[in-house]
Ligand binder design. Structure first.
Ligand code: ATP
Ligand code: MG
Length: 406
């Protein structure tokens, strides 16, 4: 992103390029590709700093579109929609990694775009992503590319089983992944996945999972949040914990250093999340990266002096970055649609009053009107002065909501 002038909150008299549809000192508009919950929280952060916002998303009821000043309701590749977004926005970001990279390239001809299309394109393709990790000297799980039947047969002799077959593109929340025990299962699974390009990854003995969020400005300055410890259930993030002693110091340092070199290696601008596996022998490998704020960083909304979305705004607008500080111990519970169903599988409204009666609970709902199992509907942050207090409250909240203890 070439963003030589800061896009200051509350207007920017100095920059004519960035004031296309805003006169001096009128709020500038920040644009976002995608209208999901991450876009919604970006919009909230941008608006609280005085920016106007524009969201491009085809869905009339998208969580971000509903709270944005402008909602351009077209497909992500629609030239007219992209033109409109560029015309009204001083700079544009993205909120989900499957926004087509060519659309970001088009936008970048007209406006600063962060993160850039090249970084997003790498994160969109597991094969390219793994190659990038290797280039940056960060180890990942042993894997083989499976794009042809010959490659599949060759992969069988590489000691990758038991493994996980993952589609190279368009996977999220464990979708497009099949756990594989033997050769026949691998052949069948690749058929079922319509023989699209995949990677076969060795199934690793995990001790724990963690992730770290870094923010990098267009001048190369970088800051990071504390490393968060994550619990996944059925391929979906369930719980994130961040407090004193939740992870060994050495692991945290290793994760931060790896995430920083992964961001630097692609000249990244924006907020980047890197997910890691810690193996039972104590070693760490990188799993994947997300070129945007991440579900595991939602605790920053209530437990840190700046949230991951605040830093997305700052990196996009070319504003200064300062190292964020966590002021409270935190546990985040993901609120999947499952919470809206009782043990008889009947739809119900979760008992928010009981949850909010607990100290240090912060409820975030994304404004989705239809609860479906495994659908991310919101999250609950629990914050407090001590680990013990936060754990006790989070476990009580989980019990009220029917979320399995952790
Ligand atoms: P996301 O929603 O984070 O983008 P995704 O669909 O891209 O998820 P992954 O992060 O690749 O999926 O995997 C989801 C989860 O499956 C991981 O968090 C981990 O719990 C498990 N998993 C994935 N790969 C492996 C592996 N090689 N060995 C052991 N467990 C794995
Ligand atoms: Mg993942």
């Amino acid at each position: 992103m070439t963003n030589s002038v800061s896009l200051l909150p509350g207007g920017n008299a100095a920059s004519s390029a960035s004031t296309a549809s805003n006169s001096a000192f009128e709020p500038l508009t920040l644009g976002v590709m995608g209208g999901g919950q991450l876009g919604r929280m970006f919009v909230h952060a941008a608006q609280s700093m005085g920016y106007f916002t524009a969201v491009l998303d085809p869905d009339a009821n998208s969580p971000a579109g509903r709270v944005s000043h402008r909602h351009i309701q077209t497909d992500y590749t629609d030239p007219k929609g992209l033109q409109q977004l560029a015309e009204c926005s001083a700079a544009i970001t993205t909120e989900f990694e499957n926004v087509p990279a060519p659309a970001l390239r088009e936008l970048a001809k007209l406006r600063p775009v962060a993160p850039g299309a090249d970084a997003v394109a790498i994160a969109q393709d597991r094969a390219a992503e793994k190659a990038h990790f290797v280039k940056c000297g960060v180890p990942c799980a042993p894997y083989a590319l499976i794009e042809t039947a010959t490659q599949l047969e060759e992969a069988l002799s590489t000691n990758l089983l038991p493994g996980i077959l993952k589609t190279s593109r368009m996977g999220y929340d464990g979708k497009g992944q099949v756990r594989i025990k033997d050769a026949d299962a691998l052949r069948a699974a690749w058929q079922d996945l319509k023989q699209v390009p995949c990677v076969l990854e060795k199934m690793l003995p995990l001790a724990l999972e963690c992730s770290v969020i870094v923010a990098r400005g267009c001048d190369g300055q970088m800051v990071n949040f504390p490393v968060q410890r994550n619990l996944h259930r059925e391929g979906i993030l369930a719980v994130t914990e961040v407090y004193e002693g939740h992870l060994p110091q050495a692991l945290q340092q290793q994760a931060v250093a790896a995430a920083r070199s992964i961001a630097e290696g692609v000249n990244y601008v924006g907020v980047l999340c890197v997910e890691f596996f810690v193996l039972q022998d104590g070693s760490m490998v990188v799993n994947e990266m997300a070129p945007r704020p991440h579900n595991s960083g939602h605790y920053t909304l209530d437990a840190c002096d700046q949230s991951q979305f605040d830093l997305q705004v700052r990196t996009l607008a070319g504003l200064p970055l300062t190292q964020p500080r966590q002021h409270s111990a935190a546990i985040m519970l993901n609120l999947l649609g499952d919470v809206w169903f009782d043990t008889n599988n009947t739809l119900r409204l979760p008992d928010w009053a009981a949850v909010l009666a607990l100290p240090g609970t912060h409820l975030h709902l994304y404004g989705k009107t239809e609860a479906r199992k495994a659908r991310k509907m919101g999250h609950l942050n629990v914050t407090g002065a001590s680990v013990e207090q936060v754990r006790a409250v989070a476990l009580k909240a989980a019990a009220i909501l029917g979320i399995e203890a952790f």
